[in-house]
Write a protein that binds this ligand. Sequence first.
Ligand code: NAP
Ligand code: MG
Length: 468
Amino acid sequence: MTAANLTLPGTSYGDAGATELFNPTTGASFTQIGAASAAEVDAAIERAQAAYLAWRDVAPGTKAALLRAFAAQVTEHRDELAALEVLNSGHVLGNALWEADNVANVLNYYAGAPERHAGQQIPVPGGVDITFHEPLGVVGVIVPWNFPMPIAGWGFAPALAAGNAVVLKPAEVTPLTALRLAELALEAGLPEHLLQVVTGRGSVVGQRFVDHPLVRKVCFTGSTEVGQGIMRGCADQIKRLTLELGGKSANIIFDDVDIEAAAAAAPGAVFENSGQDCCARSRILVQQNVYEKFLAALEPAVTKLVVGDPAGAGTDLGPLITARHRDSVTQYIAGADIAYSGSAPGGDGYFVAPSVAMPRGVDDPIWRDEVFGPVVAVMPFADEAEAIRLANDTEFGLSGSIYTRDIGRALRVARGVESGNLSINSHSSVRYWTPFGGFKQSGLGRELGPDALNSFSEVKNVFISTEN
Ligand code: NAP
Ligand code: MG
C-alpha cells in the first residue's frame, strides 16, 4: 500500500482550528486535521463517562472477546496502518509494520486480563475479607509523536481491559494512526465512545485531561518538562498518573567482549527511529584500553547506514519528525566535536546524517541533553566503579546496556545503574509482557507487563461478617 492510494482518517473536531500535517520525507503538506476546543474535549470526556458506566458491567468474557476482535482488526489492517505511519511520521516501513503488530500483540495480551484480574480472599476473624479490582473510570492517554501506535496501545489496551473508558490525545503532528485505530475498534464491535481519539493542541486537549474531574487517571509519555507540569496539575485532584519521560541511557562496554561485535551492535541501539526513542543508548561508555579499537570499529557501522526514503527497501533511517526538530538536532551536532558522520539525502525532507561525537567533558550538552536524534557521544572509563558513576551522572534513568562476559560484573553493574530497563549483552527493546518505566526523572510508575492492570484500577477491600 502506498501513500497515493491511502484513505486518510478524519476527525469531527475543529472548533479550535486545524493542524497542517507535513510528510517528513518530502517536507510537503498533505492534509489538515481539526483541533478540538476545550468544550469539545469536555463533551468527549462526558461521552466516555457514559461508555465507562456500561463497559464496567460487561461480562469479563465479552470484554476479552471484543479486545481480541479489535486485535484481529489491527492485524488485518497492518499494511494500511504502517503506510499511514510512513506518510505521517517518516518511520521506516519495517518498523511501522512492527509498531502496528505491537498494538495487536498488546491488545491480545491484555485480552487475557478481564477473566484473570482476580482479587484476594484474606483470612480474618468473624467473617470473610475479599478484595476487588475496580476500574477507575475515564483514563486520559497523552501520546507523543515518536511512537504513535505502540504508546497509544500501551495506554488503551490495559486501560480498557481493566474496565475503563479512554480518551486519547495523539501528538498534534502525528494523529493519523490513532484516528484509524479508533475506527478499527468500532469496526471490531467495541462500544461507541469507549475509545475516543481527540485531536488538537497539548495545551488545550491534554490540559483538559488533567483538569477535568471525570478523568481519573492520566497516562503521559513525552518530555520531562511537560510531564512535570502534568504532575503538578494532577496534584489538585490527587489524579492517578503514569509518566514515561525522557532518557539519556548508557551503553557500557567492558574490555572482555568481542569489541567488533559490540561496535556493530551499538548504532542500532541509538539510531533506531532516527534516534527519536526515549530508550536510545545515546551515551556509549567504553573501557579505556579498548576505546580506540571500539571507535575504529564503530565508524564503518555508522557510515554504512542508509538514510533515505522510509518506504524504500534497505533504508535504515528515515527523516526526523518536523523541520523544527531537525533544526534542534542539527544545532546540537554543530555545537559538538564530531569524530565522523554517515550521509543523508539533501532536498526538503527532514533528514540528518548519523554522527558520533566526542564530548568535551561531562557538562557538554551532547553528553547531557536528550537530543532525540541520530547522534551518539562516546567516552572512555577506567574501571567498573567509574562506569557506574558516569552512567548514573544524569537526571534520567530509563534504559541501558552492559556488555561483559563476566557474569558477576554484569549483575553488579546492572544493580548499580539507576535505570528501569537494562539489557546485558543485548540492546533488547521493550517487550510488552515485561514491565517498562523509568527511574528518577525518566518517569513514574510502570507500563506493560503483568502488573499494568493494577495501575488502571483501585483495590477495594470488603469485609463480610458471618456473625450477624
Ligand atoms: P511534549 O511536548 O512533551 O509532547 C508530548 C505530548 O504531550 C503531546 O501529545 C503533546 O501535545 C502533549 N502536551 C504538550 N503540552 C501539554 C500540556 N500542557 N498538557 C498536556 N499535554 C501536553 O514533547 P514534544 O514537544 O513532542 O517533544 C519534545 C522533547 O520531548 C523531545 O525532543 C524529546 O526530548 C522528548 N520526548 C520524549 C518522548 C519519550 O518517549 N519519552 C517522546 C517524545 C518526546 P502536542 O503534540 O499537541 O503539543
Ligand atoms: Mg512540546
